[in-house]
Design a protein around this ligand. Structure first.
Ligand SMILES: CC(=O)N[C@@H](CC(=O)O)C(=O)O
Ligand SMILES: [Zn+2]
Length: 313
């Protein structure tokens, strides 16, 4: 990327991948990618090679999140360079293969954009996951999607935290874009969630086509929710949870949580209150996949980012 007079210039985004089944039981992405693998007409755009790809076929076959280890945490430098072939965990081997096909991560040869399609059991609605506040291409794309989706809501979760960010499948691309749509139970397809994901991707591909045609996107501001901290369930000395997400918080993703508000409800009927210092916006509330990660929900802070103008170099 180069920039002068504050306009960021990016080479055309020609090589685009659409990942489904990074988690094998998140069915919207699995189904959409399988559909588009059979008939790709819907994802074709002028000057764009859009490649639908099932990232974790073994987990899809078993309809489970992963086989040995979470593929969406596996793209660390250590894993991608680990020797050892077949005695590595399945998802580590798979990450190395994906990195060879769509990366190498961080290299000029890497794919331009990877869309990674996820579902959540949380009541998050339509959410885009951004990994870098400095990625003006993605900021402009997300602004375009938000405007195209309006008045329906489409929020941006920014996972740019020195300690909490993780090495995702999509991170092998220059511009990684997470799509997270819920609520949808694991292993289940809900038509409204499936269609919402399909529409988000349509707008995203439209944006790429316009960008590649040379359309200049003027500076804009984008509201994002920056990840602050992960909150775990209250647990006993043996690590077993002793409380549930409080009814006043359950399904209230993105709604303000103020100090003193109910947060958990213990099995013996007590209420545990949020003790933070200020208003936060919780999300991924009671996500099924996060019990094993000791995460009941995440707190975020609302932030407005400025995206510079962008144009094709
Ligand atoms: C529920 C779920 O799988 N969410 C994704 C979020 C992301 O793609 O960053 C994950 O935990 O990997
Ligand atoms: Zn997922």
């Amino acid at each position: 990327m180069s920039s002068y007079n504050n306009t960021a210039r990016f080479s055309e985004a020609r090589r685009v991948a659409i990942f489904g089944g990074t988690h094998g039981n998140e069915m919207s992405g699995v189904t959409l990618v399988n559909l588009w693998t059979k008939n790709g007409t819907e994802i074709q755009r002028k000057g764009v090679e859009a490649v639908p790809f099932i990232t974790n076929p073994k987990a899809v076959e078993k309809c489970t999140r992963y086989v040995d280890t979470d593929l969406n945490r596996a793209f660390t430098p250590e894993n991608l360079s680990a020797p050892g072939g077949n005695d590595l965990p399945y998802e580590v081997l798979r990450a190395q293969e994906i990195n060879r096909i769509f990366g190498p991560k961080g290299s000029p040869e890497a794919y331009d954009v990877i869309f990674d399609l996820h579902n959540t059991t949380s009541n998050m609605g339509c959410t885009l996951i951004l990994e870098s506040s400095k990625d003006h291409f993605n900021l402009q794309m997300m602004n375009y999607i938000k405007k195209a989706m309006a008045p329906a809501s489409c929020l941006v979760l920014m996972n740019e935290h020195p300690l909490l960010k993780y090495s995702t499948s999509r991170s092998v691309a220059k511009h990684p874009v997470g799509l997270e749509v819920g609520p949808q139970p694991q292993g289940v397809l809900r038509s409204n969630i499936f269609e919402a994901m399909r529409v988000i991707l349509k707008h995203a591909l439209d944006f790429i086509e316009l960008f590649n045609e040379g359309v200049e996107f003027p500076p804009c501001t984008v509201e994002v929710f920056r990840v602050l901290e992960w909150i775990d369930y209250p647990r006993d000395a043996n690590g077993n949870i002793i409380a549930m997400v409080h009814p006043n918080l359950q399904d209230c993703d993105w709604e303000p949580l103020n100090p003193g508000d109910p947060m958990f409800h213990t099995f013996d009927g007590k209420t545990i209150h949020y003790q933070g210092s200020g208003t936060v916006y919780p999300t991924f509330i009671n996500e099924a996949a996060y019990y094993e990660k000791q995460q009941a929900f995440i707190t975020t802070r609302r932030e407005t980012l400025v995206a510079s103008a962008i144009i094709k170099a």
